[in-house]
Design a protein around this ligand. Structure first.
Ligand code: SF4
Length: 148
């Protein structure tokens, strides 16, 4: 894993909740609001995937949400990264093998970072977002290399 030397720009995140019990979602909010305050580093929730660098996904993803999740992913500009938050999205969690679940999420869209936990703590969420940031920086360098 590379080292994050500086923040060149803000990192905008879009949150998609697919069948989550809401606890993972609350921990995302906890990571962004004043106690942990990831926003001070420019990590900011945005209202459209078209503006987002990172997709945060929670929940086991019911079948009727799978296509919507694919569309959200496709609308994001490159380079982009996907972070799965919680056991439900990572493995199916307590819904594993359920008849109405299309997840785990990596069977629907590519995933870059997994944050296990039920729910994971805000520290783990921030750590996962930083890992996604490193991935995006690497992809940006690769894209710049192709332009030269
Ligand atoms: S991983 Fe746990 S806390 Fe997160 S959505 Fe699933 S059941 Fe809820």
């Amino acid at each position: 894993m590379g080292k994050l030397t500086s923040f060149k720009r803000s990192l905008w995140v879009f949150h998609a909740s697919g069948g989550s019990c809401n606890a993972c979602d609350i921990e995302i909010i906890a990571a962004l609001t004043p106690r942990y305050d990831a926003e001070r580093f420019g990590i900011k929730l945005v209202g459209s995937p078209r503006h987002a660098d990172v997709l945060l996904v929670t929940g086991a993803i019911p079948r009727d949400f799978a296509d919507k999740l694919r569309r959200i992913y496709e609308q994001m500009p490159d380079p982009k990264a996907v972070v799965v938050i919680g056991n439900c999205g990572t493995t199916g969690g307590v819904f594993y093998d359920s008849y109405n679940i299309a997840g785990p999420i990596d069977e629907i869209i590519p995933v870059d970072v997994y944050i296990p936990g039920c729910p994971p703590r805000p520290e783990a969420i921030i750590d996962g977002i930083v890992k996604a940031w490193l991935k995006i920086e690497k992809l940006e360098k690769e894209l710049e290399g192709k332009k030269e």
